[in-house]
Design a binder for this molecule. Sequence first.
Ligand code: AMP
Ligand code: MG
Length: 316
Amino acid sequence: MVDVTISEAAERLKAGAVVAFPTETVYGLGADATDPAAVAKIYAAKGRPDFNPLISHISDPAQLDGLVVMDDRARKLAAAFWPGALTLVLPRAPGCPVAPAVSAGLPSLAIRMPAHPLARDLLGRVGRPVAAPSANRSGQVSPTTAQHVRDSLGPDIAVLDGGPCPVGLESTVIGLAGPQATLLRPGGIAAEEIEAVLGAPLGLPQDAKLESPGMLLKHYAPRLPVRLNATAPQQGGSQQGGREGLLAFGPPPAGFAAVYALSAGSDLAEAAARLYAGLHVLDHEPGLTGIAVMPIPARGLGLAINDRLARAARGR
Ligand code: AMP
Ligand code: MG
């Protein structure tokens, strides 16, 4: 296993290598966004389809100049939520130095300024935008610890270990490349909060294939099958050979073979932070044949949690 220090991580990124690093959302697999060969290494390491664009990460608003075309909506959202779990998709500026592969050939670029102190320090040292999708093989559950990264990408991957990610869900992605602000992906900042700052409701993508290519893919899938809205063990239970583990939200019903509490007190932020760890834990618990999940309310962060769970339940 390759644990790197922050200065080693910065040197590796500047030299065109990939490094996994912590952000407040999930661990990212970073590479210099302006270096096409480095960006190609991200797609190769993840097995990510080349039509799925990457988010570029910055540490300072001054870096936006020459990367994207900002407008009033973007400035408002950046002022309210950056640094933080918000990604803005904006038109690429003329002469934008970011490799076209980062945008998967689209005329837009996704940008985020993360809040995690290690991520900010690292990005500041690199001084260039860093493209970083989640540090897992494409389609698998996102990593919220350094160990998750190694479990998915193998022991040779260089990881800057910053402990568990506090938000635990990917960023909310807002499309601002057209006249209507659209929710391209629910995430770590609730859509309601973003609408309050914009003073207008968010639209949904008209053409998901063009506007949010990544959302069409199978995603967040554990090995075991996932059953949603579970309020009791399956009929027959262990007699039928089924041994389900439960992701609990609030007090868990009796009769499950294992229980992982997302939040005992039904707190959505706590559940979001523990979601991927819970999926990882139950997926690796010996003897289980499935993962059941209690109902999660569809408001605030619950929207993003339910989005990820629905994709996990769809499987591979
Ligand atoms: P990930 O890197 O795995 O967190 O996924 C990044 C998300 O941002 C995916 O859902 C992408 O489709 C989306 N995204 C990145 N760049 C763009 C872009 N230029 N236009 C639309 N969506 C984007
Ligand atoms: Mg991902």
